[in-house]
Design a protein. Structure first.
Length: 107
């Protein structure tokens, strides 16, 4: 009666706080620190200057937001880029692979 219990997410133990990879935290910290430096350096006279100063932190925070079925937004972007830039060649190895060879040879 060998019943095995498999954890739902076994990779979660490798993540920091169960959510972030170390690179994600470095990316987020870099974006937030850059935003803080820009907030201190730039004069905050206009709204556009505040927006420019906050953009790096918001962008990095957006990239590390966790989403279901993927790790985060950055992972989705990488997967989409890989899918659209690599060549796809699917080799048929189904149950009728011999029939396909016979059809190709008869043409």
């Amino acid at each position: 009666m060998n019943n095995y219990l498999i954890p739902a997410n076994t990779k979660r133990g490798n993540l920091v706080l169960g959510i972030f990879k170390p690179f994600d935290l470095i990316l987020l910290a870099t974006g937030v620190l850059l935003s803080l430096v820009l907030l201190m350096v730039l004069p905050m006279n206009d709204t556009i200057q505040v927006v420019i100063a906050v953009i790096p932190g918001l962008t990095c925070a957006f990239l590390v937001i966790p989403i279901p079925n993927y790790h985060n937004i950055r992972t989705v972007i990488i997967e989409c880029y890989t899918f659209f830039t690599t060549r796809h060649k699917f080799i048929w190895k189904g149950w009728c692979v011999k029939d396909v060879k016979e059809i190709k040879q008869s043409k």
